[in-house]
Design a binder for this molecule. Structure first.
Ligand SMILES: Cc1cc2nc3c(=O)[nH]c(=O)nc-3n(C[C@H](O)[C@H](O)[C@H](O)COP(=O)(O)OP(=O)(O)OC[C@H]3O[C@@H](n4cnc5c(N)ncnc54)[C@H](O)[C@@H]3O)c2cc1C
Ligand code: SF4
Length: 455
């Protein structure tokens, strides 16, 4: 009898916990469905590299749903991980790194279609032998990817040199690197490690796009093998601290970089040596690595009055602007962050105009913060609105078909950058439809290896 009572109690306790567990599963599914619905409203799906989940392999541990810095890109539905807000994914790959069973690979948004991109081999070589292309210009965003590609590309060059031989020639570099963003810096440091005779040319300042982030921007990154340093383990740090770290390593390595040197032409001679031209100099080199990034030239709108000095495309120091009437044009994270940063400065009146009916691709955190600013009147947001003319003291807008003129001191336009594809075509690089799935997966696998996880 006593044992019957014990069994009954054990069954009752088990049923109690089972019920709780099933209830929590149901709640989790419900939340995932809600997030999926929200994702649908915002977009048609992932826009760039994003995780692909092999549901046969997924064991439902939910690890991937907790590691993504962008919030609810992934969620658990019926015991499996699914993408619910793909539009938020910017390709950190942390989910792929964290999955204990390797059920996630990183793929591009439309792998079967590919994209009209410069032709490249898996070793980053373009259609011109010994002319390489790395970093964001090659198709994969993120600092970590740029650093990995810079390192790998030089390793490939070194292997090729070892296998093919060839003697050094006076006045000819082993490799010339164009661009000193994270990809160019990493390639340059790897060249130093391998004792290559190299030079780096940068049209602007060292740091690339990172140097142009707004002041104190929080940079999210992943552990990465940094040449001349070793494992860089930080995952979150300010822009200033990241630049200071690079500066420290570059100074120690005696970085051979010419700044203010925009490369205008590259020709390959019959002797297989490249001549690289800037406005004032010519350099001869056996190999060229282009690490030009994608954001160098801001996209212009073609609006009347856009050529005035008060119209800008980049905001670094928001606190330099007080008591001003400001228009922000754009609806991405950069536009929203700039609007909020400027609205926090004393006496500024900030209006943001966006051509769409709602913000569609901004981070959850920005989405909440801008909604608060709109409610409190800190930022006026005009949807379905386009600028018509930028005048000296005002701006003329088309607000849902009606003209409206606002007093104005400054305009910032955040419409993305124009990739330097014309330059690439000018120097003879072939373009074509490219399937980037393999590259994205390769980056995820590399990240796994760096973590010491067999892939
Ligand atoms: C607002 C914003 C926030 C971001 N936040 C993050 C983040 O938190 N984490 C993250 O991982 N990534 C982030 N990214 C993406 C990241 O900054 C880029 O993926 C990365 O900088 C790409 O590195 P890159 O070296 O390929 O190119 P870039 O950093 O763009 O560097 C290219 C360099 O080449 C130079 N150059 C171009 N043309 C020439 C020429 N003809 N001659 C000489 N020099 C030339 C340019 O002046 C530039 O310095 C962000 C991007 C933006 C725009
Ligand atoms: S981490 Fe891997 S196994 Fe765990 S839920 Fe995500 S995809 Fe599935």
């Amino acid at each position: 009898m006593e044992s019957l009572i014990t069994i009954a109690i054990a069954v009752a306790v088990s049923l109690f916990f089972l019920r709780g567990y099933l209830k929590s599963l149901k709640q989790r599914d419900e939340l995932a469905k809600q997030a999926a619905e929200k994702g649908k409203v915002f977009s048609e799906g992932p826009r760039s590299q994003h995780p692909h989940i092999d549901t046969n392999n997924c064991i439902g541990c939910a690890t991937c749903t907790t590691v993504c810095p962008e919030g609810d890109v992934l969620a658990m539905l019926a015991g499996k991980a699914v993408i619910v807000n793909g539009y938020k994914c910017i390709g950190h790959s942390l989910c792929a790194e964290a999955c204990p069973v390797g059920a996630i690979t990183m793929v591009m948004a439309t792998p079967s279609m590919g994209a009209d991109m410069p032709y490249m081999t898996p070793e980053f070589e373009t259609s011109i032998e010994n002319l390489f292309l790395i970093g964001e210009l090659g198709g994969l965003a993120l600092i970590k990817n740029a650093v990995n590609q810079g390192r790998e590309c030089v390793d490939h060059l070194v292997r090729r040199r070892a296998s093919r031989g060839g003697t050094a020639q006076t006045g000819v570099y082993d490799v010339l690197i164009v661009g000193a963003g994270p990809a160019g810096i990493s390639a340059s440091l790897r060249a130093i490690e391998n004792k290559l005779n190299y030079i780096t040319l940068e049209q602007d300042e060292i740091g690339g796009t990172v140097a142009k982030y707004p002041r104190q921007k929080l940079v999210m990154t992943s552990p990465v093998e940094f040449p001349m340093y070793g494992k860089f383990k930080k995952t979150e740090l300010s822009k200033e601290n990241l630049l200071a770290f690079w500066d420290m390593v570059l100074n120690r390595a005696d970085f051979n970089c010419v700044t203010g040197a925009k490369v205008e032409q590259i020709n390959k001679g019959e002797d297989a040596i490249f001549t690289v031209k800037t406005a004032t100099n010519e350099y001869r080199t056996r190999a060229v690595i282009l690490a030009l990034g994608k954001t160098g030239t801001p996209r212009k709108l073609g609006v009347q009055g856009e050529e005035q000095g008060k119209v800008m495309y980049r905001l670094i120091e928001a606190d330099h602007y007080v008591n001003k009437k400001i228009l922000i044009v754009g609806g991405g994270d950069s536009a929203v962050e700039a609007a909020m940063g400027l609205a926090n400065q004393s006496g500024n009146k900030v209006t943001l105009c966006y051509r769409s009916a709602q913000f569609s691709r901004i981070k959850e955190r920005n989405s909440k913060r801008i909604a608060d600013c709109m409610r409190s009147g800190k930022v006026e947001v005009l949807f379905n609105t386009n600028p018509v003319e930028f005048k000296v003291d005002s701006v003329l807008l088309d607000v849902q078909g009606e003209k409206r003129e606002l007093p104005n001191d400054f305009v910032w336009i955040f419409a993305g950058g124009v990739p330097p594809y014309d330059f690439l075509k000018k120097i003879g690089i072939r373009f074509g439809m490219r399937d980037q799935t393999q590259e994205a997966s390769k980056e995820a696998k590399l990240a796994l290896q760096e973590q010491g996880v067999p892939s």
